[in-house]
Write a protein that binds this ligand. Structure first.
Ligand code: FAD
Length: 395
Protein backbone atom coordinates (compact mmCIF):
# COMPACT_ATOMS: atom_id res chain seq x y z
CA UNK A 1 0.00 0.00 0.00
CA UNK A 2 1.21 3.48 -0.83
CA UNK A 3 2.27 5.10 2.44
CA UNK A 4 1.00 8.53 1.32
CA UNK A 5 -2.58 7.19 1.39
CA UNK A 6 -2.35 6.44 5.12
CA UNK A 7 -4.28 8.25 7.79
CA UNK A 8 -2.63 9.69 10.87
CA UNK A 9 -5.49 8.62 13.07
CA UNK A 10 -7.24 5.27 13.49
CA UNK A 11 -9.90 3.83 15.77
CA UNK A 12 -7.67 0.81 16.27
CA UNK A 13 -4.04 0.04 15.44
CA UNK A 14 -3.17 -3.67 15.56
CA UNK A 15 0.49 -4.64 15.85
CA UNK A 16 1.20 -8.16 14.55
CA UNK A 17 -0.45 -9.91 11.59
CA UNK A 18 -0.54 -13.52 12.78
CA UNK A 19 -3.95 -15.24 13.15
CA UNK A 20 -4.83 -13.10 16.20
CA UNK A 21 -4.01 -9.72 14.65
CA UNK A 22 -5.41 -10.31 11.15
CA UNK A 23 -8.64 -11.87 12.44
CA UNK A 24 -9.17 -8.92 14.82
CA UNK A 25 -8.54 -6.52 11.93
CA UNK A 26 -11.18 -8.29 9.80
CA UNK A 27 -13.76 -8.28 12.60
CA UNK A 28 -13.23 -4.62 13.53
CA UNK A 29 -13.15 -3.35 9.94
CA UNK A 30 -16.40 -5.20 9.23
CA UNK A 31 -17.98 -3.47 12.24
CA UNK A 32 -17.12 -0.09 10.73
CA UNK A 33 -13.90 0.78 12.64
CA UNK A 34 -10.99 2.24 10.69
CA UNK A 35 -8.08 -0.09 11.38
CA UNK A 36 -4.33 -0.10 10.71
CA UNK A 37 -2.57 -3.49 10.81
CA UNK A 38 1.22 -3.37 11.18
CA UNK A 39 3.75 -6.23 10.99
CA UNK A 40 7.51 -6.18 10.95
CA UNK A 41 7.71 -9.21 8.61
CA UNK A 42 7.57 -9.37 4.84
CA UNK A 43 4.67 -11.62 3.73
CA UNK A 44 4.29 -14.42 2.79
CA UNK A 45 6.61 -15.78 5.47
CA UNK A 46 7.22 -19.12 7.14
CA UNK A 47 6.44 -19.35 10.85
CA UNK A 48 7.50 -21.82 13.51
CA UNK A 49 4.35 -23.84 14.29
CA UNK A 50 3.16 -27.45 14.12
CA UNK A 51 0.64 -26.20 11.51
CA UNK A 52 -2.06 -28.43 13.00
CA UNK A 53 -5.21 -26.36 12.60
CA UNK A 54 -7.73 -27.89 14.98
CA UNK A 55 -11.43 -28.15 14.06
CA UNK A 56 -12.66 -25.28 16.23
CA UNK A 57 -10.48 -22.92 14.12
CA UNK A 58 -12.54 -23.76 11.05
CA UNK A 59 -15.65 -22.21 12.62
CA UNK A 60 -13.69 -18.97 13.02
CA UNK A 61 -12.28 -19.16 9.49
CA UNK A 62 -15.81 -19.56 8.16
CA UNK A 63 -17.04 -16.47 10.03
CA UNK A 64 -13.99 -14.57 8.77
CA UNK A 65 -14.98 -15.50 5.21
CA UNK A 66 -11.86 -17.40 4.18
CA UNK A 67 -12.91 -21.06 3.81
CA UNK A 68 -12.88 -20.94 -0.04
CA UNK A 69 -9.34 -19.51 0.05
CA UNK A 70 -8.24 -22.18 2.57
CA UNK A 71 -9.74 -24.92 0.39
CA UNK A 72 -7.93 -23.61 -2.68
CA UNK A 73 -4.60 -24.29 -0.93
CA UNK A 74 -5.48 -28.00 -0.58
CA UNK A 75 -5.05 -28.46 3.18
CA UNK A 76 -4.45 -32.01 4.43
CA UNK A 77 -7.33 -33.49 6.51
CA UNK A 78 -6.08 -34.82 9.87
CA UNK A 79 -8.47 -37.31 11.47
CA UNK A 80 -6.54 -38.10 14.64
CA UNK A 81 -3.50 -37.41 16.79
CA UNK A 82 -1.47 -40.41 17.94
CA UNK A 83 0.78 -39.97 21.01
CA UNK A 84 3.83 -42.30 21.14
CA UNK A 85 5.91 -42.93 24.27
CA UNK A 86 9.69 -43.31 23.87
CA UNK A 87 9.31 -47.08 23.95
CA UNK A 88 6.62 -47.13 21.23
CA UNK A 89 3.36 -47.41 23.23
CA UNK A 90 0.58 -45.26 21.83
CA UNK A 91 -2.97 -43.97 22.13
CA UNK A 92 -4.95 -41.83 19.74
CA UNK A 93 -7.34 -38.90 20.03
CA UNK A 94 -9.89 -38.35 17.28
CA UNK A 95 -9.97 -34.80 15.85
CA UNK A 96 -13.76 -35.02 16.13
CA UNK A 97 -13.54 -35.00 19.94
CA UNK A 98 -11.85 -31.59 19.96
CA UNK A 99 -14.75 -29.35 18.96
CA UNK A 100 -18.52 -29.27 19.02
CA UNK A 101 -18.61 -29.14 15.20
CA UNK A 102 -17.35 -32.78 15.08
CA UNK A 103 -15.06 -31.78 12.21
CA UNK A 104 -11.57 -32.88 11.25
CA UNK A 105 -8.42 -30.90 11.85
CA UNK A 106 -6.41 -29.73 8.85
CA UNK A 107 -2.71 -29.41 8.12
CA UNK A 108 -2.07 -26.02 6.50
CA UNK A 109 1.21 -24.13 6.47
CA UNK A 110 1.35 -20.85 8.37
CA UNK A 111 2.85 -19.32 5.24
CA UNK A 112 -0.53 -19.94 3.54
CA UNK A 113 -2.90 -19.41 6.49
CA UNK A 114 -1.40 -16.09 7.63
CA UNK A 115 -1.30 -14.76 4.06
CA UNK A 116 -4.96 -15.71 3.51
CA UNK A 117 -6.03 -13.81 6.64
CA UNK A 118 -3.84 -10.81 5.82
CA UNK A 119 -5.30 -10.59 2.29
CA UNK A 120 -8.80 -10.84 3.71
CA UNK A 121 -8.06 -7.96 6.11
CA UNK A 122 -7.03 -5.80 3.13
CA UNK A 123 -10.23 -6.78 1.28
CA UNK A 124 -12.28 -5.69 4.32
CA UNK A 125 -10.80 -2.19 4.19
CA UNK A 126 -7.97 -2.53 6.72
CA UNK A 127 -4.86 -0.44 5.98
CA UNK A 128 -1.98 -2.93 6.03
CA UNK A 129 1.65 -1.98 6.62
CA UNK A 130 4.16 -4.84 6.51
CA UNK A 131 7.94 -4.59 7.03
CA UNK A 132 7.09 -1.96 9.65
CA UNK A 133 7.94 -1.97 13.37
CA UNK A 134 6.67 0.03 16.29
CA UNK A 135 9.55 2.17 17.57
CA UNK A 136 7.76 3.68 20.52
CA UNK A 137 4.33 4.47 21.92
CA UNK A 138 3.01 6.91 24.47
CA UNK A 139 -0.22 6.71 26.44
CA UNK A 140 -1.83 9.35 28.60
CA UNK A 141 -5.03 8.39 30.36
CA UNK A 142 -8.05 9.44 28.33
CA UNK A 143 -5.91 10.46 25.34
CA UNK A 144 -5.39 8.56 22.11
CA UNK A 145 -2.28 6.36 22.05
CA UNK A 146 0.51 7.76 19.90
CA UNK A 147 2.72 5.28 18.01
CA UNK A 148 5.97 5.92 16.17
CA UNK A 149 6.38 3.43 13.33
CA UNK A 150 9.39 2.75 11.14
CA UNK A 151 9.32 0.90 7.85
CA UNK A 152 12.20 -1.15 6.44
CA UNK A 153 13.25 1.82 4.29
CA UNK A 154 13.88 3.71 7.56
CA UNK A 155 11.07 6.24 7.04
CA UNK A 156 9.38 7.15 10.37
CA UNK A 157 5.62 7.63 10.54
CA UNK A 158 3.47 8.72 13.50
CA UNK A 159 -0.14 7.57 14.07
CA UNK A 160 -2.66 7.91 16.86
CA UNK A 161 -5.34 5.42 17.85
CA UNK A 162 -8.03 5.12 20.52
CA UNK A 163 -7.03 1.49 21.04
CA UNK A 164 -3.82 -0.41 20.30
CA UNK A 165 -4.04 -4.19 20.07
CA UNK A 166 -0.86 -6.13 20.79
CA UNK A 167 -0.90 -9.24 18.58
CA UNK A 168 2.88 -9.61 18.41
CA UNK A 169 2.94 -13.17 19.75
CA UNK A 170 4.98 -14.40 22.71
CA UNK A 171 7.26 -11.32 22.53
CA UNK A 172 4.30 -9.17 23.70
CA UNK A 173 6.18 -6.27 22.23
CA UNK A 174 3.64 -3.51 23.01
CA UNK A 175 1.94 -4.78 26.18
CA UNK A 176 5.20 -5.58 27.97
CA UNK A 177 5.95 -1.87 28.17
CA UNK A 178 3.14 -1.74 30.78
CA UNK A 179 4.02 -4.91 32.71
CA UNK A 180 5.67 -4.62 36.11
CA UNK A 181 9.43 -4.88 35.64
CA UNK A 182 10.54 -8.51 35.84
CA UNK A 183 14.04 -9.88 35.66
CA UNK A 184 14.95 -11.00 32.14
CA UNK A 185 14.51 -14.77 31.91
CA UNK A 186 16.66 -17.10 29.88
CA UNK A 187 14.90 -19.46 27.51
CA UNK A 188 14.48 -22.86 29.17
CA UNK A 189 13.52 -24.52 25.91
CA UNK A 190 14.04 -24.11 22.18
CA UNK A 191 11.58 -25.10 19.44
CA UNK A 192 12.61 -26.22 15.93
CA UNK A 193 10.56 -26.63 12.76
CA UNK A 194 11.23 -27.78 9.22
CA UNK A 195 9.23 -28.90 6.20
CA UNK A 196 10.18 -32.38 5.00
CA UNK A 197 9.71 -34.99 2.34
CA UNK A 198 9.68 -38.71 3.05
CA UNK A 199 8.13 -39.00 6.55
CA UNK A 200 6.34 -42.36 6.84
CA UNK A 201 3.70 -41.37 9.40
CA UNK A 202 0.21 -42.87 9.21
CA UNK A 203 -1.79 -41.02 6.49
CA UNK A 204 -4.33 -38.59 7.98
CA UNK A 205 -2.65 -38.62 11.41
CA UNK A 206 -0.62 -36.16 13.44
CA UNK A 207 1.99 -38.21 15.32
CA UNK A 208 3.41 -36.89 18.60
CA UNK A 209 6.65 -38.41 19.93
CA UNK A 210 7.68 -37.93 23.55
CA UNK A 211 11.28 -38.16 24.80
CA UNK A 212 13.03 -36.99 27.97
CA UNK A 213 12.90 -33.18 28.16
CA UNK A 214 10.43 -32.58 25.35
CA UNK A 215 8.24 -33.78 22.52
CA UNK A 216 7.89 -33.45 18.77
CA UNK A 217 5.09 -33.71 16.24
CA UNK A 218 4.87 -34.62 12.57
CA UNK A 219 1.89 -34.17 10.26
CA UNK A 220 1.22 -33.38 6.64
CA UNK A 221 0.38 -29.94 5.23
CA UNK A 222 -0.59 -28.90 1.71
CA UNK A 223 1.44 -30.00 -1.33
CA UNK A 224 2.46 -33.40 0.05
CA UNK A 225 4.93 -31.77 2.46
CA UNK A 226 5.37 -32.84 6.10
CA UNK A 227 5.86 -30.52 9.05
CA UNK A 228 8.24 -31.64 11.80
CA UNK A 229 8.23 -29.46 14.89
CA UNK A 230 9.80 -30.23 18.28
CA UNK A 231 10.69 -28.68 21.63
CA UNK A 232 13.87 -29.49 23.55
CA UNK A 233 15.90 -28.27 26.54
CA UNK A 234 17.95 -25.17 25.73
CA UNK A 235 21.01 -26.65 27.48
CA UNK A 236 20.99 -29.65 25.15
CA UNK A 237 20.80 -27.34 22.12
CA UNK A 238 23.87 -25.45 23.33
CA UNK A 239 25.73 -28.73 23.99
CA UNK A 240 25.49 -29.73 20.28
CA UNK A 241 26.34 -26.28 18.93
CA UNK A 242 22.68 -25.54 17.98
CA UNK A 243 22.86 -27.87 14.95
CA UNK A 244 19.20 -28.90 14.23
CA UNK A 245 20.13 -32.35 12.88
CA UNK A 246 22.28 -33.14 15.94
CA UNK A 247 19.45 -31.90 18.19
CA UNK A 248 17.00 -34.13 16.29
CA UNK A 249 19.27 -37.17 16.70
CA UNK A 250 19.80 -36.50 20.43
CA UNK A 251 16.08 -36.08 21.18
CA UNK A 252 13.22 -36.91 18.78
CA UNK A 253 15.00 -39.87 17.18
CA UNK A 254 15.42 -41.48 20.62
CA UNK A 255 11.70 -42.19 20.37
CA UNK A 256 11.33 -45.62 18.77
CA UNK A 257 8.38 -44.66 16.51
CA UNK A 258 10.03 -41.39 15.41
CA UNK A 259 13.26 -43.21 14.51
CA UNK A 260 11.24 -45.58 12.31
CA UNK A 261 9.06 -43.05 10.47
CA UNK A 262 11.68 -40.28 10.11
CA UNK A 263 14.52 -42.57 8.95
CA UNK A 264 14.53 -41.34 5.33
CA UNK A 265 13.47 -37.71 5.58
CA UNK A 266 14.85 -34.91 3.42
CA UNK A 267 14.54 -31.36 4.78
CA UNK A 268 13.03 -28.80 2.37
CA UNK A 269 14.23 -25.25 2.85
CA UNK A 270 15.51 -23.78 6.10
CA UNK A 271 15.11 -24.89 9.70
CA UNK A 272 13.43 -22.30 11.91
CA UNK A 273 14.18 -22.17 15.65
CA UNK A 274 12.81 -19.95 18.42
CA UNK A 275 13.44 -19.72 22.18
CA UNK A 276 10.54 -20.55 24.54
CA UNK A 277 10.75 -18.39 27.65
CA UNK A 278 7.32 -18.74 29.24
CA UNK A 279 3.96 -20.50 29.07
CA UNK A 280 0.64 -19.26 30.51
CA UNK A 281 -1.20 -15.94 30.83
CA UNK A 282 -0.13 -12.35 31.18
CA UNK A 283 -2.44 -9.37 31.82
CA UNK A 284 -4.57 -9.18 28.62
CA UNK A 285 -5.43 -5.49 29.25
CA UNK A 286 -2.33 -3.97 30.87
CA UNK A 287 -3.30 -0.29 30.42
CA UNK A 288 -6.40 1.65 29.27
CA UNK A 289 -6.45 1.49 25.49
CA UNK A 290 -3.94 -1.39 25.30
CA UNK A 291 -5.34 -4.88 24.64
CA UNK A 292 -3.25 -8.04 24.15
CA UNK A 293 -4.59 -10.98 22.13
CA UNK A 294 -3.28 -14.38 20.99
CA UNK A 295 0.08 -15.47 22.35
CA UNK A 296 0.72 -11.90 23.56
CA UNK A 297 -2.01 -12.54 26.16
CA UNK A 298 -1.47 -16.25 26.86
CA UNK A 299 0.74 -18.97 25.41
CA UNK A 300 -0.68 -22.49 25.67
CA UNK A 301 1.61 -25.51 25.56
CA UNK A 302 1.37 -26.83 21.98
CA UNK A 303 1.82 -30.46 23.21
CA UNK A 304 -1.95 -30.63 23.77
CA UNK A 305 -3.26 -27.08 23.27
CA UNK A 306 -4.23 -25.19 20.13
CA UNK A 307 -2.54 -21.80 20.01
CA UNK A 308 -4.13 -20.86 16.68
CA UNK A 309 -7.57 -21.52 18.14
CA UNK A 310 -6.75 -19.37 21.19
CA UNK A 311 -5.45 -16.61 18.89
CA UNK A 312 -8.71 -16.60 16.91
CA UNK A 313 -10.90 -16.92 20.00
CA UNK A 314 -9.15 -14.23 22.07
CA UNK A 315 -9.35 -11.93 19.06
CA UNK A 316 -13.11 -12.58 18.89
CA UNK A 317 -13.75 -11.80 22.56
CA UNK A 318 -11.50 -8.71 22.51
CA UNK A 319 -13.36 -7.37 19.46
CA UNK A 320 -16.70 -8.06 21.17
CA UNK A 321 -15.58 -6.02 24.20
CA UNK A 322 -14.41 -3.18 21.91
CA UNK A 323 -17.66 -3.19 19.93
CA UNK A 324 -19.84 -3.15 23.05
CA UNK A 325 -18.37 -0.07 24.76
CA UNK A 326 -16.50 3.14 24.11
CA UNK A 327 -15.23 3.31 27.68
CA UNK A 328 -11.64 2.04 27.85
CA UNK A 329 -11.92 0.78 31.45
CA UNK A 330 -15.15 -1.07 30.68
CA UNK A 331 -13.52 -2.67 27.62
CA UNK A 332 -10.50 -3.76 29.70
CA UNK A 333 -12.68 -5.23 32.48
CA UNK A 334 -15.01 -7.07 30.13
CA UNK A 335 -12.10 -8.53 28.14
CA UNK A 336 -10.14 -9.57 31.26
CA UNK A 337 -13.15 -11.44 32.67
CA UNK A 338 -14.06 -13.21 29.43
CA UNK A 339 -10.41 -14.09 28.71
CA UNK A 340 -10.01 -15.78 32.10
CA UNK A 341 -13.34 -17.61 31.72
CA UNK A 342 -12.53 -18.84 28.22
CA UNK A 343 -8.95 -19.94 28.72
CA UNK A 344 -8.14 -20.46 32.43
CA UNK A 345 -9.15 -24.12 32.58
CA UNK A 346 -7.53 -25.21 29.33
CA UNK A 347 -4.26 -23.43 30.18
CA UNK A 348 -4.14 -25.30 33.50
CA UNK A 349 -5.00 -28.66 31.87
CA UNK A 350 -2.36 -28.34 29.16
CA UNK A 351 0.27 -27.23 31.70
CA UNK A 352 -0.49 -30.25 33.90
CA UNK A 353 -0.34 -32.68 30.95
CA UNK A 354 3.01 -31.28 29.81
CA UNK A 355 4.42 -31.41 33.34
CA UNK A 356 3.37 -35.06 33.74
CA UNK A 357 4.66 -36.06 30.31
CA UNK A 358 8.13 -34.68 31.10
CA UNK A 359 8.92 -37.82 33.09
CA UNK A 360 9.28 -40.87 30.80
CA UNK A 361 7.83 -43.18 33.53
CA UNK A 362 4.76 -41.01 34.09
CA UNK A 363 4.36 -40.50 30.33
CA UNK A 364 4.35 -44.28 29.85
CA UNK A 365 1.78 -44.75 32.63
CA UNK A 366 -0.41 -41.99 31.15
CA UNK A 367 -0.24 -43.53 27.70
CA UNK A 368 -1.26 -46.91 29.14
CA UNK A 369 -4.10 -45.33 31.15
CA UNK A 370 -5.43 -43.23 28.26
CA UNK A 371 -4.99 -46.20 25.90
CA UNK A 372 -7.45 -48.30 27.90
CA UNK A 373 -10.23 -45.74 28.27
CA UNK A 374 -11.89 -43.87 25.42
CA UNK A 375 -14.15 -41.83 27.77
CA UNK A 376 -11.02 -40.63 29.62
CA UNK A 377 -9.37 -39.62 26.33
CA UNK A 378 -12.51 -37.79 25.18
CA UNK A 379 -12.79 -36.01 28.55
CA UNK A 380 -9.19 -34.72 28.51
CA UNK A 381 -9.38 -33.85 24.80
CA UNK A 382 -12.33 -31.54 25.53
CA UNK A 383 -10.58 -30.04 28.59
CA UNK A 384 -7.65 -28.95 26.37
CA UNK A 385 -10.06 -26.96 24.21
CA UNK A 386 -13.07 -24.75 24.93
CA UNK A 387 -14.46 -24.38 28.39
CA UNK A 388 -17.89 -26.01 27.95
CA UNK A 389 -19.34 -23.53 30.47
CA UNK A 390 -18.40 -20.48 28.41
CA UNK A 391 -18.53 -22.03 24.95
CA UNK A 392 -20.52 -19.74 22.71
CA UNK A 393 -20.99 -18.97 19.07
CA UNK A 394 -17.81 -17.81 17.32
CA UNK A 395 -19.72 -14.93 15.64
C1 FAD B 1 6.78 -25.44 18.85
C2 FAD B 1 5.42 -24.86 18.62
C3 FAD B 1 4.48 -25.61 17.92
C4 FAD B 1 3.20 -25.11 17.75
N1 FAD B 1 2.30 -25.85 17.05
C5 FAD B 1 1.02 -25.43 16.94
C6 FAD B 1 0.07 -26.18 16.22
O1 FAD B 1 0.38 -27.21 15.61
N2 FAD B 1 -1.21 -25.74 16.20
C7 FAD B 1 -1.60 -24.59 16.83
O2 FAD B 1 -2.78 -24.26 16.83
N3 FAD B 1 -0.69 -23.82 17.48
C8 FAD B 1 0.60 -24.20 17.54
N4 FAD B 1 1.53 -23.42 18.16
C9 FAD B 1 1.11 -22.13 18.71
C10 FAD B 1 0.85 -21.10 17.61
O3 FAD B 1 1.94 -21.04 16.73
C11 FAD B 1 0.62 -19.73 18.24
O4 FAD B 1 -0.26 -19.87 19.33
C12 FAD B 1 0.05 -18.73 17.24
O5 FAD B 1 0.99 -18.47 16.24
C13 FAD B 1 -0.32 -17.43 17.94
O6 FAD B 1 -0.76 -16.52 16.99
P1 FAD B 1 -0.60 -14.94 17.25
O7 FAD B 1 -1.30 -14.29 16.12
O8 FAD B 1 -0.95 -14.61 18.64
O9 FAD B 1 0.98 -14.67 17.15
P2 FAD B 1 2.03 -14.99 16.01
O10 FAD B 1 1.52 -16.02 15.09
O11 FAD B 1 3.31 -15.22 16.71
O12 FAD B 1 2.12 -13.64 15.16
C14 FAD B 1 2.76 -12.51 15.68
C15 FAD B 1 3.06 -11.54 14.52
O13 FAD B 1 3.57 -10.34 15.11
C16 FAD B 1 4.65 -9.87 14.35
N5 FAD B 1 5.50 -9.07 15.24
C17 FAD B 1 6.21 -9.52 16.30
N6 FAD B 1 6.85 -8.48 16.90
C18 FAD B 1 6.52 -7.36 16.18
C19 FAD B 1 6.86 -5.98 16.29
N7 FAD B 1 7.67 -5.54 17.25
N8 FAD B 1 6.35 -5.10 15.40
C20 FAD B 1 5.52 -5.56 14.40
N9 FAD B 1 5.17 -6.86 14.24
C21 FAD B 1 5.65 -7.74 15.13
C22 FAD B 1 5.33 -11.14 13.84
O14 FAD B 1 6.09 -10.86 12.66
C23 FAD B 1 4.14 -12.06 13.58
O15 FAD B 1 3.69 -11.97 12.24
C24 FAD B 1 2.85 -23.85 18.29
C25 FAD B 1 3.81 -23.08 18.95
C26 FAD B 1 5.08 -23.57 19.10
C27 FAD B 1 6.11 -22.73 19.80
Amino acid sequence: MDRSTFNDNYNVVIVGAGPAGSSAAIRLARSGRNVLLVDKASFPRHKLCGEFVSPECLDHLEVLGVIPQVDRHGPQPIHKTVFYSSGGRSFSVSSRWLAKNNGDSIGLSRRSLDQILLDRAGECGVDVLTETSVLDLSVMNGQPVHLSLRSSDGVPHGVTASIVIDATGRGRYVAKKFDAATAARKAGQVAFKAHLQGARIEPGACEIFSYPGGYGGCSQVEGGVFNLCFIVDAALVRSVGSDPIKVLEATVLKNRRAAEVLADIAVEGEWISVPIVRYGSMDPAPSPGIIAIGDAAAFIDPFTGSGISMALESSRIACKAIMESEDLDAIANAYRISHAAAFGKRLRTCRALRFLSNSPKIADAMITGFGTSEPLRRFFARLTRSNPLTEASVK
